[in-house]
Design a protein around this ligand. Structure first.
Ligand SMILES: *Cc1c(COP(=O)(O)O)cnc(C)c1O
Length: 424
């Protein structure tokens, strides 16, 4: 569910018109719905209510301060992958005891920062990293709380660039090696074994891979609980969202017709019976589910270019603002911000960047856009702005957060002068 809808053919975000926001703040423009963010958190929180649980929002999916603050106010925890993300969530008011520090390549400085900030746990992904954390904790006269990331070797059947839970990728520690590793970790002076974690991939739209992985983990989790008294089992993130019918999926009618789609109640219904008997705190790390459908990216049409074969809609927004189509071959629904009449026409939507990978859609039936028409790239809230770059010396766009009839500039648009900062 989300709070973007059409009113007399014009796109609205909560109580505001998208076209007036675009007029006021310019394009390219990211717009987030705060009610949608809150609603996503609440629905998952309620679904998991029978468990002692912590939702650790995967900060990497959207690390705008105002977005993080929205979640922190709800009592969300955070999953951070770098010192930069840790700094951001602390600034946003996160409770350090709900912060999990993940990532395969934490530097010494990052480990020290995590320890000094009193994070709830480090998620450790290799034995050398364990020793590094132990050594730094010793130096700081602290005990480092850790959990190992187990690779359950379950194929989440998602895109190759976002599958993480098989032995063919760099994440986690092989299932077979994990017990001896916990035994060795338990002997280190400055390590406190606190839990165990897994994360099998992203944009998983079927509950089966989660069930398979959790089932595979259960005997191990029980052993770790009895041997080392672990407190928590972190089952990772990865819940998928609707990309194909993004606008329609904002209505209850759509959800009635599409009963099989993965949503928090279904996820909980399948997983609760497995998790509840463990008697542990359950941590989840959703990113995309929390923010994906809560954000859109607005582009303005600059030119229509008809080659013999194609109708190119050239917009002012590019892969520098949203790289997902070219990086993951992902689909974003494209919706006219104001009603466009006339027959749909097969079009390519492309940006101004000098790369043939700079596109949002290829051979897609779209309204006949003309110069000046605005379009919304739907479901752009996750892995959108965070992956924005300054390639082609393009300033990064503004981000707007809307709640009801109120909009705030959550991040100012960069200027071309900003881009020179730090250069000589
Ligand atoms: C990226 C990531 C997540 C979030 O994944 P989503 O698919 O956005 O839910 C959670 N945990 C870890 C360890 C990750 O790397």
């Amino acid at each position: 569910m989300h709070h973007f809808h059409l009113k007399n053919g014009s796109l609205q975000v909560e109580g505001l018109s998208v076209s007036s926001l675009a007029q006021k703040h310019g394009t390219p423009l990211y717009i987030y719905s705060q009610t949608t963010l809150e609603n996503h958190f609440d629905r998952l929180d309620q679904a998991l209510a029978p468990l002692d649980h912590v939702i650790c929002f995967a900060t990497k999916s959207n690390c705008n301060l105002s977005v993080l603050r929205t979640f922190a106010k709800k009592g969300s925890g955070f999953d951070v992958t770098s010192a930069g993300e840790l700094y951001r969530v602390l600034k946003a008011g996160a409770d350090p005891q709900k912060i999990s520090f993940v990532g395969v390549g934490k530097t010494e400085a990052e480990i020290a920062y995590g320890l000094k900030s009193n994070v709830y746990t480090f998620i450790v992904e290799s034995e050398p990293e364990l020793h590094q954390i132990n050594a730094i904790a010793k130096k700081l006269k602290k005990r480092a709380p850790i959990a190992f990331r187990v690779n359950p070797n379950v194929d989440a059947k998602t895109h190759a660039k976002i599958t993480t839970g098989t032995y063919a990728n760099k994440f986690g520690i092989a299932f077979e090696e994990i017990e001896p590793l916990y035994a060795r970790a338990s002997k280190l002076s400055n390590i406190e074994i606190r839990g165990v974690q897994m994360h099998i991939g992203s944009q998983i739209t079927d509950v089966k891979p989660f069930v398979l992985a959790v089932k595979k983990m259960i005997p191990l989790v029980q052993t770790l609980k009895s041997k080392y008294g672990i407190q928590f089992f972190d089952i990772g993130g990865g819940m998928g969202i609707i990309y194909k019918e993004a606008l329609a999926s904002g209505t209850p009618q759509w959800w009635k017709k599409n009963k099989k789609v993965l949503h928090p109640a279904l996820y909980a219904k399948e997983l609760l019976p497995l998790l509840k008997p463990l008697g542990l705190r359950i941590v989840v790390e959703p990113g995309r589910y929390m923010v994906g459908n809560a954000g859109i990216l607005i582009a303005e049409t600059l030119y229509i270019k008809k080659t013999g074969k194609k109708n190119f809609v050239i917009v002012d927004t590019a892969m520098t603002e949203l790289i997902r189509p070219t990086l993951y071959e992902s689909y974003h629904e494209i919706v006219p911000v104001n009603k466009i009449t006339g027959k749909e026409i097969s079009s390519d939507v492309v940006g101004p960047v000098c790369e043939s990978g700079d596109y949002f859609a290829k051979d897609r039936m779209l309204a006949p856009y003309k110069k000046g028409d605005l379009m919304a790239l739907m479901s752009a809230g996750a892995y959108g702005f965070v992956m924005a770059s300054n390639y082609n010396a393009r300033p990064r766009p503004a981000e707007i957060l809307v709640k009801g009839k109120k909009a705030i500039v959550a991040r100012k648009r960069e200027t071309i002068q900003d881009l020179l900062r730090g250069e000589v």
